[in-house]
Design a protein around this ligand. Structure first.
Ligand code: HEM
Length: 396
């Protein structure tokens, strides 16, 4: 095992404040680094760009450990709570063949073309948020700009009627924040989705719910739990991540005044802001940990069967073998496209086109309509990891 590492460093508050130093050391170690999760699970951390890609493509690394390890207890679905049952059926937690089947049923709704149809609707939402912010002297970049975008977009995509949106927002907030109300929200939200499915069955519309209901009815390829789990996953996977991207992009721009000026001079740089924020400070630090299904040789070392594999996107996206000056935020860089902030392989983010579209529109509108925007606090005081709790105070 690589020397010089304490086995619980990854969760140490000091490392939390600056995980990049840790990932640099993991990369330099030249082999996977063992960390013991607070639950006692053994995680092998991998942080090099090429090695993380290998891990994401590896046929013996995956989620459904119960199908490989005789000792892993498989609880019968009827013994599980609704929350646990739905989670186990989520696309992101499945391997082929179930993963392939479910993903095939929904991927058509998330292609670049399908998502582009939402552009006028998202632009209109962005214009309204920015216009409201202009009337205020001081705003919160999270509550007033970033937070309302993804939840409304997902509601529009799924086909949640205007009148139901406040309830939809409340459930989504409870589920996404994993608050104590989470389990009750999952159950109520599931019941609401059953009701919405029944409405779309009787009266189909041009939305994702109508498509899913048609698929479920046509040849039994999607059952009720899978349908509910999928819509819940869209919320969980798409809300915090997109808010995080918009807010961190804003924070980084406003603390690099020459790059903020460049965007205001030329708003066509908005996609470059999106990509560099994804690379430099993407919303996902480590992909949901996988299992090694057998002993595997990877990243210069060996991971024993049934241990966890922790593939670090933050490590990969700051690998000096791929990115010049990896620890500098630079929207003008030309090597940024190789970042893997949306993952890679069979679980590559389903919402990548959508997240890119939403954040690009927001950066474009903010640069055009709020040119005087600046941080209301010293950037050094902004603790990256607490942004979600403290807000991002901005002067308009
Ligand atoms: C999967 C990142 C936004 C839906 C993933 C994965 C990453 C990711 C890294 C792969 C996880 C893995 O390999 O285990 C992001 C980032 C986002 C974002 C950085 C925003 C900036 C969204 C949005 C949606 C979405 C807006 C949908 C509305 C999904 C789904 C999966 C996924 C359904 C699972 C795909 C599968 O398992 O096949 N995302 N995501 N994401 N994402 Fe996103």
């Amino acid at each position: 095992m690589a020397s010089g590492f304490d086995v619980s460093e990854l969760w140490d508050p000091a490392v939390r404040r600056d995980p990049h130093r840790f990932y640099d050391r993991v990369r330099d170690a030249g082999e996977p680094v063992l960390q013991i999760h607070p639950t006692g699970e053994r995680w092998w951390v991998i942080a090099g760009h090429a090695d993380v890609l290998t891990g994401l493509r590896h046929p013996a690394i995956g989620h459904e450990i119960g199908r490989h390890c005789p000792a892993a207890r498989l609880t019968a679905p009827h013994e599980l709570s609704e929350v646990a049952r739905l989670e186990a059926r989520q696309l992101i937690n499945l391997d082929p063949p179930d993963h392939t089947r479910l993903r095939g049923l929904v991927s058509g709704g998330f292609t670049a073309r399908a998502v582009a149809r939402l552009e006028p609707w998202i632009s209109d939402l962005a214009d309204r948020l920015v216009a409201r912010a202009r009337r205020e002297g001081i705003i919160d970049g999270i509550a007033d700009l970033a937070d309302p975008v993804p939840v409304n977009v997902i509601a529009e995509l799924v086909g949640v009627p205007e009148a139901d949106r406040p309830r939809f927002r409340a459930w989504s907030a409870a589920i996404v924040s994993a608050s104590v109300d989470g389990p009750a929200a999952v159950t109520e939200f599931g019941a609401y989705l059953d009701e919405l499915a029944a409405r779309r069955r009787a009266d189909p519309a041009d939305d994702l719910m109508s498509q899913l209901v048609a698929v479920a009815d046509r040849d039994d390829r999607l059952d009720r739990d899978e349908l509910v789990a999928l819509v819940q996953l869209l919320l969980i996977a798409g809300q915090e991540t997109t808010v995080d991207l918009i807010v961190n992009g804003l924070r980084l721009l406003l603390s690099h005044p020459e790059q903020w000026q460049a965007l205001r001079d030329d708003p066509s740089l908005a996609p470059a802001v999106v990509e560099e924020t994804l690379r430099y400070r993407g919303p996902v630090e480590i992909v949901p940990p996988r299992y090694a299904f057998e002993d595997i040789e990877i990243a210069g070392g060996r991971i024993p069967a049934y241990d966890r594999v922790g593939l670090s996107l933050w490590g990969a996206n700051r690998d000096p073998a791929v990115f010049d000056r990896p620890h500098e935020f630079d929207i003008h860089r030309t090597d940024g496209r190789q970042h893997i902030a949306f993952g890679h392989g069979i679980h590559f983010c389903l919402g990548a086109h959508l997240a890119r579209l939403e954040s690009r529109i927001m950066f474009d509108r903010i640069a055009r309509q709020l040119p005087g925007l600046r941080l209301a606090v010293d950037p050094a005081e902004l603790d990256d990891f607490r942004l979600h709790h403290t807000g991002l105070p901005l002067l308009v």
